[in-house]
Design a protein around this ligand. Structure first.
Ligand SMILES: C[S@@+](CC[C@H](N)C(=O)[O-])C[C@H]1O[C@@H](n2cnc3c(N)ncnc32)[C@H](O)[C@@H]1O
Length: 185
């Protein structure tokens, strides 16, 4: 999708997109920091948009790995399918349905979860449901990385995962945060 189309999609659906710009290369790199690409076989991405972070994941993903990319916008899902990578499963669905999509590919758990869902713009109950589903379906030791433009919903992750580390990414418009959570034993 072109930058102009992405901007228009963002304006049309601001409540679900939460932004009118896609993540910069610096933010994409921060979003996948800490992922053990050597061992990971199943990565779940929530709010994949047109695949800007997905491409970074696919570049480093094991040849036998899978990425399940959740996205609710049909237009953006078409862009994701156009990436044409057999390791990518496009879940045109809301992200609380992680279990269903893991079952579809025969996976017990996700090794890591990366999310850019704008929880601050979604109803709190749905946000908490998605974060809980992500935590419940993540393997122990796996990481959950969340991109945000504010720390307004940081408590969702602290309640689900315990301590959360944060990194400010200035090289993005607007400057962003990445929150790093780990599923402990
Ligand atoms: C801030 S954009 C991020 C797009 C891209 N990953 C990036 O980093 O630029 C958030 C995306 O989350 C999607 N989204 C919103 N609610 C969702 C939900 N409940 N389940 C899956 N995706 C959702 C929106 O359609 C939008 O494309």
């Amino acid at each position: 999708m072109s930058t102009i189309s992405f901007l228009l999609e963002g304006l049309r659906n601001l409540r679900t997109t939460g932004t009118i710009t896609r993540s910069s290369p610096a933010l994409c790199k921060a979003a996948i920091a800490g992922i053990d690409f050597y061992r990971a076989r199943v990565i779940v991405e929530l709010g994949a948009g047109d695949g800007v972070i997905t491409r970074h994941i696919l570049k480093r993903l094991h040849p036998e790995g899978k990425v399940i990319a959740f996205e609710v916008s049909p237009d953006l899902c078409a862009d994701l399918r156009a990436l044409g990578d057999d390791r990518l499963v496009v879940a045109e669905d809301s992200a609380e349905n992680i279990r269903h999509w893991l079952d579809k590919i025969g996976a017990e758990q996700a090794d890591h979860v990366v999310s850019a869902i704008p929880f601050a713009a979604l109803p709190e109950a749905l946000g908490r449901q998605i974060v809980t589903a992500a935590r419940d379906n993540l393997r122990e030791g796996g990481c959950y990385n969340q991109v945000h433009y504010s720390l307004k919903t940081k408590r969702y992750y602290e309640e689900a995962f315990g301590p959360v580390a944060t990194r400010r990414v200035w090289g993005n418009l607007p400057p962003a945060w990445v929150l790093y959570c780990c599923k402990r034993k």
